[in-house]
Design a protein around this ligand. Structure first.
Ligand code: TTP
Length: 400
C-alpha cells in the first residue's frame, strides 16, 4: 500500500503540476522506483496506491500511467492515518510505504522478510525533526514521538511498515491529532502496545523527499551508483568523462563536454558546445543548447535551455523555456548558506551553493538573472532583462 495523497506543499512549485511521488530519480520517478523494488521482492502483490480525492488534470496524467495497481481515493480525512480509512479490509499482512521515501531495495526487503510486524528505523543525525522511535531492550517498538526536543533514539520512522490485518482496528479508533490530522504513527504506537513490532534498523541511504533541494540530493546519491552507458548518438569532437548515461534517441552535438556522473534521458539534445558538469540529470525530450553550462541540477522533461545560459544547483520542472542568456546565480557574495521560503518560513537549505527552483511551464525572456534560493511558480513569465530577486507567484508576470 503506497501512500501518495499528501499535498507536498513544501515542494512547491514542483508539486504544483506533479504529485510528490513523481519526482524524477534519473529516468524513473520515486514511486516507480519503489514499485519496481516491491515487485522484485514480492510475487504478484496486490498494490494499492492512495491518491487525493480531487485530482487536477496534470496529476491524473501522472497517476494513471502506473500499471497494475489499484487506486484508492483518500476522502476528506487528512493525514497518513486518514489515508487508511479508505482502503478495503484485508486478511493478509500489509506492507505500507510512504510514497515520498527514497531508500534502498535492501531496506524494504529487511522489513518484508521479518516474521512479525515490523517498522523501518532509519538512522539520521537529526531525529528530533522526525517521529523518533521508542524501542525496548528486545528491539521492539514502544512508541513513536513526533518532533521531540529530546528524541528517545537516533532511529526515526522510516515510512515502511509491515502489519497484520488487525492493525486496522487501531486505525478505526484514531482520534484527530493536535495538528488536525489522523496520524498513522498514533495507530502504530497503539498497535505496538498489544503486538510485537520489530524495529528494523537501517543505516543505508534514507531520505524523505520533502524540500526542493532534496530533489538534487537524492539524484546525486543515485548518480553515485550509475555505470556509464551511451545509447544515444554522439557527434565528433565530444568529450565524455566519468560515468555518463545517455538514453536512446538523444544526441550530443559536437564540441560538447560531459563530466559524469550525469544522466541524460531519452530524445534529448545537448550542444553544440554545451558543458554538462557532474551530478546533472536531464529529463527526456529536453534541449540544452550552445554555450550552456549546467551543474548539479535536475532538469525535467520537455524543458529547453537553448542558448548562452548557466544553471547551477537548481531544480527546473517540465516544459520550461529559457530565453537566451538566462543565468542562475548559485552562490552569495558572503558565501553564507542559502535560505528558501517554505510554507511562509525562511528555511536554511544547509547549502552554500543553491540556485533556483522553477515550476513547470515557466518562460523567461532574454538576459534574465535569477538569484540564489529563488522560487518561480509554474506558468510565470519573466520579462527580458529582469533580475529575479524574490519568489514569483504562479502565473505572475514578473519585471514589467
Ligand atoms: P507528509 O510528508 O507528512 O505530507 P505531505 O506529502 O502532505 O507533504 P507536505 O508536508 O510537504 O505537504 O506525508 C508522508 C506520506 O504520506 C507521503 O507519501 C504522502 C502521504 N500522505 C497521504 O497519503 N495522505 C495524507 O493525508 C498525508 C498528510 C500524507
Amino acid at each position: 500500500m503506497l501512500l501518495a495523497a499528501g499535498k507536498g506543499e513544501r515542494l512547491e512549485p514542483i508539486t504544483d503540476t506533479r504529485p510528490k511521488p513523481f519526482i524524477p530519480i534519473l529516468g524513473e520517478t520515486l514511486i516507480e522506483r519503489t514499485l519496481r523494488f516491491v515487485r522484485e521482492l514480492l510475487q504478484n502483490p496486490d498494490i494499492y496506491v492512495i491518491i487525493p480525492d480531487q485530482l487536477e488534470k496534470s496529476y491524473e496524467a501522472f497517476f494513471y500511467k502506473l500499471n497494475n495497481v489499484r487506486f484508492v481515493k483518500q476522502g476528506e480525512r487528512k493525514g497518513t492515518g486518514g489515508a487508511l480509512f479508505y482502503v478495503p479490509k484485508f486478511s493478509d499482512d500489509i506492507l505500507i510505504i510512504y510514497g515520498d521515501i527514497y531508500t534502498t531495495k535492501e531496506s524494504i526487503e529487511a522489513v518484508i522478510t521479518q516474521e512479525e510486524s515490523a517498522i523501518l528505523g532509519a538512522e539520521v543525525p537529526n531525529p528530533g525533526e522526525y517521529g523518533s522511535l521508542m524501542i525496548d531492550e528486545g528491539g521492539y517498538l514502544r512508541g513513536i514521538i513526533e518532533k521531540s526536543q529530546s528524541p528517545p533514539s537516533n532511529l526515526i520512522n522510516g515510512g515502511i511498515f509491515k502489519v497484520t490485518p488487525d492493525f486496522f482496528e487501531f486505525v478505526d479508533k484514531l482520534q484527530i491529532s493536535s495538528r488536525g490530522e489522523y496520524e498513522l504513527t498514533d495507530a502504530l504506537t497503539n498497535f505496538s502496545r498489544r503486538n510485537k513490532v520489530k524495529v528494523v534498523r537501517t543505516s543505508a541511504v534514507w531520505k524523505d523527499v520533502g524540500r526542493p533541494w532534496d530533489i538534487i540530493e537524492v539524484n546525486k546519491t543515485e548518480l553515485n551508483g550509475i555505470h556509464g552507458s551511451v545509447m544515444g548518438n554522439i557527434e565528433s569532437n565530444v568529450m565524455i568523462k566519468g560515468e555518463v548515461v545517455i538514453e536512446e534517441g538523444s544526441i550530443v552535438r559536437h564540441g560538447s563536454v560531459i563530466e559524469g556522473p550525469v544522466y541524460i534521458g531519452k530524445n534529448s539534445s545537448i550542444g553544440p558546445n554545451a558543458y554538462i558538469r557532474p551530478y546533472t540529470v536531464i529529463g527526456s525530450n529536453s534541449k540544452i543548447g550552445s554555450f550552456v553550462e549546467v551543474k548539479e541540477s535536475v532538469i525535467m522533461e520537455n524543458t529547453k535551455i537553448p542558448h548562452l545560459s548557466y544553471v547551477g544547483d537548481s531544480v527546473i520542472a517540465e516544459d520550461v523555456n529559457f530565453g537566451a542568456g538566462t543565468l542562475i546565480a548559485n552562490l552569495r557574495f558572503d558565501e553564507r548558506d542559502i535560505y528558501v521560503n517554505i510554507k511562509e518560513k525562511r528555511l536554511n537549505s544547509g547549502r552554500k551553493k543553491l540556485g533556483a527552483i522553477i515550476g513547470a511551464h515557466v518562460r523567461t525572456g532574454i538576459n534574465v538573472s535569477i538569484l540564489p534560493g529563488v522560487k518561480i511558480g509554474s506558468y510565470a513569465r519573466i520579462y527580458p532583462g529582469a533580475v529575479v530577486n524574490r519568489d514569483v507567484r504562479r502565473g505572475e508576470f514578473f519585471g514589467l
